[in-house]
Design a protein around this ligand. Structure first.
Ligand code: SF4
Length: 328
């Protein structure tokens, strides 16, 4: 699968992205930083779905928001079709915005409760100056149909829909401007399990039809597995492992990924698997451990892990891992 991507140019390239939030004392002086995203590098290819997983607070949502410049990065580069979008002025970036959209965990908060949902779907087209009033209305109705809702629901308000339906509306809104990249930030986390699979199936059907790429952010590895071509595992602001989905599940290399996989329940009670229980809590991103940030919880930590930061190295079959256990 990876070889197939490597022949293509990446659509989106994220290089050494960092987002540090300042912590100020009562006098307004910066005394520390929360290192939410700390040197993240990966590529996203055309029509690919890349899953980004990790515990809450690991920086995956901030990564998504920073790529779209919903929050400005501290440093790093984001190339879209070869152009560094972080260097563009807001005016230059506006036409590109329509090519990169976001679907949020809670679509209720991204839909204006006082406006009919048709208005919310049409709004991005209006901002980008796409179509006439009638064309926008027709497109909004067509999108409602595509995401499995009725055209006459155009005139309803957000509170008249269930969580799953609101997520469908969020998708219709994102698709309104024909994006090439959609960042899905925990799009199914707030939904019931049966509704989760409906939304995931819908995302896949829409990708078949429109050919967009997804960065799919979630904390649940089993959800990400169903939709992703590749998966990146994040811990405390960094990607510690990145691999094609099947390869990651067959051969998890990083001790953190091994622990995450061991926590996924198996449906067959006859099959037992050993659970890797991590010691201690996740350290604060305001006070990252030295060396490998996972060393305070890693069952295989060695002396050098406390002082040397492991780099994300390229291995066989496109499998990358940041861990001294695999250093030559
Ligand atoms: Fe564990 Fe060391 Fe590998 Fe970090 S570098 S995951 S502490 S073995």
């Amino acid at each position: 699968m990876l070889q197939q991507y490597e022949k293509k140019k990446p659509l989106l390239q994220i290089k050494h992205l960092k987002k540090h939030f300042p912590i100020s004392n009562p006098l307004g002086k910066t005394v520390n930083h929360i290192k939410a995203v700390n040197d993240v590098t990966f590529d996203l290819y055309e029509k690919e779905t890349l899953g980004l997983v990790g515990e809450s607070g690991c920086g995956k949502s901030t990564t998504g928001r920073t790529i779209l410049r919903l929050t400005e990065p501290t440093s790093g580069e984001v190339f879209y079709k070869g152009r560094n979008i972080l260097r563009l002025k807001e005016k230059e970036f506006l036409p590109m915005r329509k090519e990169m959209q976001m679907v949020f965990q809670d679509p209720h908060s991204s839909l204006n409760p006082k406006k009919r949902i048709g208005y919310s779907i049409e709004e991005p087209m209006k901002i980008q100056g796409i179509g006439t009033k009638m064309e926008r209305l027709e497109k909004a109705m067509e999108l409602l149909h595509k995401v499995g809702l009725r055209k006459d629901q155009y005139y309803r308000y957000p509170h008249e829909f269930s969580g799953g339906q609101r997520q469908r509306i969020g998708l219709a809104r994102a698709l309104a401007v024909n994006p090439q990249v959609i960042i899905c930030d925990e799009p199914v986390s707030a939904l019931d399990v049966s509704i989760q699979s409906q939304v995931i199936n819908l995302l896949q059907e829409l990708q078949e039809e429109f050919g967009q790429s997804y960065l799919f952010i979630a904390h649940d590895l089993s959800v990400v597995r169903h939709i992703s071509d590749r998966i990146g595992v994040m811990y405390l602001g960094s990607i510690v492992e990145l691999a094609p989905t099947d390869e990651l599940f067959k051969n998890p290399m990083h001790p953190y990924t091994q622990a995450l996989l061991s926590a996924i329940p198996i449906a067959n009670p006859q099959r037992k698997k050993e659970r890797v229980v991590l010691r201690g809590d996740v350290p604060s991103p305001a006070n990252l451990p030295s060396g490998c940030v996972f060393h305070t919880r890693c069952p295989h930590a060695m002396a050098r892990c406390k002082s040397e930061v492991p780099t994300l190295r390229q291995g066989a079959s496109g499998h990358r891992v940041a861990c001294h256990l695999y250093d030559e």
